[in-house]
Design a protein around this ligand. Structure first.
Ligand SMILES: [Zn+2]
Length: 83
């Protein structure tokens, strides 16, 4: 009788530990490797895979300088530039 109770308690504690471990693993799961997320440096919004930033080339002489104006969400739409 007591043996069965101990076995049941041990199984319950084991299952509980496994469930807690699974929850912790899912919570701290790292993003998939090889595809780092990119963020707009101005508004910090997440960029899609092929989304680019808008920038103006302000100096053609080396070293070239590019003025970052933002992503498709935060860049001023009136300005011409390279997307
Ligand atoms: Zn932005």
């Amino acid at each position: 009788m007591f043996d069965n109770l101990y076995v049941l308690a041990a199984i319950a504690v084991g299952l509980f530990t496994i469930i807690i471990a699974l929850i912790v693993m899912m919570k701290f799961k790292s993003p998939p490797p090889g595809k780092p997320r990119r963020f707009c440096p101005l508004c910090n919004s997440s960029l899609a895979d092929h989304e680019t930033l808008k920038g103006l080339i302000v100096d053609n002489k080396p070293p070239q300088k590019i003025l970052i104006r933002g992503c498709s969400r935060c860049a001023p739409s009136v300005e011409e530039g390279t997307w």
